[in-house]
Design a binder for this molecule. Structure first.
Ligand SMILES: [Zn+2]
Ligand SMILES: [Zn+2]
Length: 211
C-alpha cells in the first residue's frame, strides 16, 4: 500500500500566505490556511478533481482565514483551529479593512485543545503541535510519515513569527521553537509565508533558534 503524498502551495492575498493543499486520496484533500483568493483555491481543487476532507488553520489571523466563508459554501468540511484562537479569529477585532473581511464562525468548526489526538483523513495522519507565541492558539501540522512540517507563522526560513501583536509572547515562542527543533533535521518545512526550508538549514542558519 504505497501512496505518495501530493502537496501544492497556493500563494494567496496581499500578505502572500502559503495556502497548502495536501492529498493522497483525491476524494479527501486537506486545505491549510485558506487566507484569501478563494477562486484560485477552488480553481486548483476543481482542476485536480479534489474533494475537501478538512480545513486546518495554523492560527486565527485574518490573512490565514478570510477565504473560509467562500470555500465552505462551495466545499463544506470540518475546520480545525486551536481553542485558544477561536474567540479572536471570528471577532470583529480580526480585520484588515477594506481588503480582508472576518469570516463567520463556521458551523463545522472543531476547536482543538492542546495535545489533541492526531488528525487523520484520506490516508494522511498528522500531529497538531501547539506552538503558542505568535498567537496563543498557533499550531503546527507535523506529517511524520512524510517528514513534513507546516509551521504557520511560528517558524519561517531565516526568521520566526512576530510576538508584538495581541496575544503574542516571546517566551512562549522560544518554548515552541524548541518543540519544533526536536523534530528530525531532514524535515521539510512549509511556513505560513515565504520559501520552504528544512529544519537542518534553520538549526544551522536561523539566528532566532539559538543553537
Ligand atoms: Zn499570523
Ligand atoms: Zn501570517
Amino acid at each position: 500500500m504505497l501512496s505518495l503524498m501530493n502537496s501544492e502551495i497556493i500563494v494567496v492575498g496581499s500578505f502572500e500566505v502559503n495556502c497548502v493543499v495536501l492529498w493522497k486520496d483525491p476524494r479527501a484533500a486537506w486545505v491549510i490556511d485558506p487566507g484569501a483568493d478563494p477562486e484560485a483555491i477552488l480553481d486548483f481543487l476543481s482542476k485536480n478533481g479534489l474533494e475537501v476532507a478538512l480545513y486546518f488553520l495554523t492560527h486565527g489571523h485574518i490573512d490565514h482565514v478570510s477565504a473560509l466563508d467562500a470555500l465552505l459554501a462551495a466545499r463544506p468540511a470540518p475546520v480545525h483551529l486551536h481553542t485558544d484562537d477561536v474567540t479572536f479569529a471570528f471577532s470583529p477585532m480580526n480585520r484588515f479593512p477594506p481588503y480582508l473581511s472576518v469570516p463567520a464562525r463556521p458551523s463545522s468548526l472543531v476547536p482543538t485543545p492542546a495535545d489533541a489526538p492526531p488528525l487523520a483523513a484520506g490516508g494522511i495522519t498528522a500531529e497538531m503541535i501547539h506552538t503558542p507565541g505568535h498567537t496563543p492558539g498557533c499550531q503546527c501540522l507535523w506529517v511524520k510519515e512524510d517528514k513534513l512540517l507546516l509551521s504557520g507563522d511560528t517558524l519561517f526560513a531565516g526568521s520566526v513569527g512576530r510576538t508584538d501583536l495581541p496575544g503574542g509572547s516571546s517566551q512562549a515562542l522560544q518554548r515552541s521553537l524548541r518543540r519544533l527543533t526536536a523534530l528530525p533535521s531532514d524535515t521539510l518545512v512549509i511556513p505560513g509565508h515565504g520559501p520552504t526550508t528544512t529544519l537542518a538549514i534553520e538549526k544551522h542558519d536561523n539566528p532566532y533558534l539559538g543553537e
